[in-house]
Design a protein around this ligand. Sequence first.
Ligand code: NAP
Length: 276
Amino acid sequence: MSSVPVAVVTGSNKGIGLAIVRALCKQFPGDVYLTSRDAERGQAAVAQLQQEGLQPLFHQLDIDDLQSIRALRDFLKEKYGGINVLVNNAGIAFKVNDTTPFAVQAEVTLKTNFFGTRNVCTELLPLMKPYGRVVNVSSMVSGLALGRCSQELQQKFRSDTITEDELVQLMTKFVEDTKKNVHEKEGWPNTSYGVSKIGVTVLSRIQARLLNEQRKGDHILLNACCPGWVRTDMAGPKATKSPEEGAETPVYLALLPSSADAPHGQFVSDKTVQPW
Ligand code: NAP
């Protein structure tokens, strides 16, 4: 088993994820895994970074596929005995003018952004080593969407005692409510992406709390963040930040020094803790 520290970035064949891998290859003292659901796209991204003189490693990972997540889990457990840095970056967004029915957009978006990310956490968080760092890439949109939820939902999503099961029930209810076209009546905002990212931010708050309760002595820090508005295939060419600038906050959280005991369980943007 290798004693080399290991960092893993989900959805890193392009966009912000690729920029996070690039930065970690330069700054993280260990092996950095670029992962992609499509092996060919992943290998092409690895080759691109190799041309820049960097040495990322590759592993397939489709966060929609539990088998794929478990294969990565078993590989990391066997080769490294755990994980030092996990960046949950993979995500999707329908374009604003996409004509796919809203209920389908809701199901598909929540499937990857919330349920996929949660499955990765369920399988990989138990492998986090002491002083490990976990970064869940959410979005400022989560805060905006929260503000557009009913008071009742806002209270639940801001609760310091909400459980993961309760969060899963709420995210499932959103998808069901869109199918019955009652989501607005039930207090949801009209944004699947926004609700999926509420899920990611609240999940991060819950997971940080559980780490405090169950593994306090391991000094693991887990946070959600917003990369900013970044020029990628998702956000388009008009966005204000380059992928490298978008990677700055996730990389800052991934490389918090072992002496740090904060931030933890926070939503961070521009390296600054934001109110939730
Ligand atoms: P992007 O360029 O579209 O890249 C998204 C990445 O996620 C791609 O590598 C994509 O792989 C991967 N992915 C999607 N579904 C996946 C799955 N099921 N399993 C594994 N990988 C999957 O988007 P981006 O702008 O870099 O976004 C990265 C993260 O930042 C996302 O979570 C996004 O919500 C968040 N974010 C972005 C912005 C922004 O302004 N760009 C703002 C706030 C938050 P494929 O190439 O195979 O599709």
